[in-house]
Design a protein around this ligand. Structure first.
Ligand code: SIN
Ligand code: CO
Length: 393
């Protein structure tokens, strides 16, 4: 998509303007951002997903006003059929996470937001609520687009506070003393963008309220460092059982009166080892792409069975909706936590596959024999699928 063209989705702002003025800075309410929006799936199908143990879901109930102890209820999925609130019940909401992994229409909805790098995309969550339902006042560490896909929801929003405090004794992290300074009633097709840490509370008005949240994760420094160090250690090729690999040596170690003290030479050795791993050309770049393209824990691909012997000539391919594919400017291509190096024409074609999530037959034919072998493996592993383009009438 051309980032300089105005989008109805962003209320007439171009993605470039939106990113400059609002992204990570200010909320944006867009009336009729998506006028003909339809729920990616109906309530029955959503409840069916929530009943599965490979789908992340939660059922939240707000305490009735008259309830003495005022405790919210939180139930994690799988949600049994008998736990489903009746059609007219009040104050409940069902949240289903990672809908894009399970539903093609939900994945397709995400395409509209690809003016933000895929490396930031987390997932599409869909909530279904009875009248009065919501998850209470809270904040998220995510950037989120809240698209009203059915029914109505009233949002109250307030800016980040320096030291937020939380209601005690609740199963949810509820903001104490939430002070919203703006309020909107969203109708189907309306959308609200919220930067991280803005307080918000959305309450369903009437039955059948469905809200799609397109969430963007921001890695935490400590968590990212942890994962990168693991990858760097795995990727340095050193066999932990290799007796000839660089061993700590301390021929100058004097007899010590303090046996429990860590020898300074050991610290220097540790520092040198880490620096060596980090300095290895391409190692950090590779590890970062692998970490960022790692699929979510619950993702499994369906391998082709039986596996054809070769990639057919004339095949056109599309990435599976669960496949994460990224690339960097050093020729690395990352798919589902794995990396490879692509050069020349292959690099351009791989980047195209990652950006558009498709390669047509002519493009597939232009891949080198080596790249075709890689793509063949992705195909039989279920990471990409054959597509049959519609013939022009
Ligand atoms: C909801 O859809 O009910 C909650 C979304 C959110 O507040 O992040
Ligand atoms: Co939220």
């Amino acid at each position: 998509m051309d980032p300089t063209l105005p989008l109805p989705l962003l209320g007439g702002l171009s993605p470039a303007q939106f990113m400059r003025r609002h992204w990570q800075k200010q909320p944006l309410l867009v009336r009729q951002a998506w006028p003909d929006v339809r729920p990616p799936l109906g309530s029955a199908a959503l409840w069916a997903l929530a009943a599965r143990d490979d789908v992340e879901s939660r059922l939240v109930r707000r305490p009735a006003a008259a309830d003495a102890d005022k405790r919210w209820q939180l139930e994690h999925g799988p949600i049994a059929r008998r736990a489903r609130p009746g059609p007219q019940a009040l104050d409940w909401t069902l949240l289903v996470q990672g809908l894009d992994l399970h539903n093609a229409a939900a994945r397709a909805l995400l395409e509209a937001f690809r003016f933000v790098p895929d490396a930031r995309l987390d997932d599409l969550m869909l909530s279904l609520a009875g009248s009065g339902g919501g998850v209470g006042p809270h904040l998220d560490s995510y950037d989120v687009f809240l698209l009203q896909v059915q029914g109505r929801r009233r949002w109250r929003v307030g800016p980040p506070v320096a030291r937020p405090s939380w209601a005690s004794g609740q199963p949810l992290k509820l903001l104490k003393g939430f002070r919203p300074d703006r309020e909107w009633l969203l109708e189907p097709g309306d959308m609200l963008y919220l930067p991280p840490l803005w307080g918000h509370d959305g309450i369903a008005v009437g039955t059948g309220c469905m809200t799609a949240s397109v969430g963007f994760r921001a890695p935490r420094a400590a968590g990212l460092a942890h994962e990168l160090l693991l990858r760097l250690a795995e990727g340095d090729g050193a066999d932990p059982n290799d007796d000839t690999a660089a061993l700590y040596a301390d021929p100058a170690q004097a007899a010590t009166p303090h046996p429990a003290a860590v020898p300074p030479a050991m610290l220097a050795f540790a520092r040198r080892s880490l620096r060596r791993s980090l300095a290895e050309p391409g190692a950090l770049e590779r590890s970062l792409g692998e970490v960022l393209s790692e699929p979510k824990r619950e993702v499994w691909f369906d391998a082709l069975d039986p596996a054809p012997a070769t990639l057919p000539d004339g095949i056109a391919l599309r990435l599976d909706r669960r496949t994460r594919m990224l690339y960097d400017r050093f020729g690395h291509v990352f798919v589902n936590g794995e990396s490879l190096h692509a050069a020349g024409r292959d690099a351009g074609l791989m980047q195209r596959l990652a950006d558009t999530r498709e390669l047509d037959a002519a493009q597939c034919r232009r891949l080198s024999a080596g790249a075709r072998a890689v793509v063949y493996q992705w195909w039989i592993d279920g990471w990409v699928h054959e597509i049959h383009p519609q013939p022009a009438n």
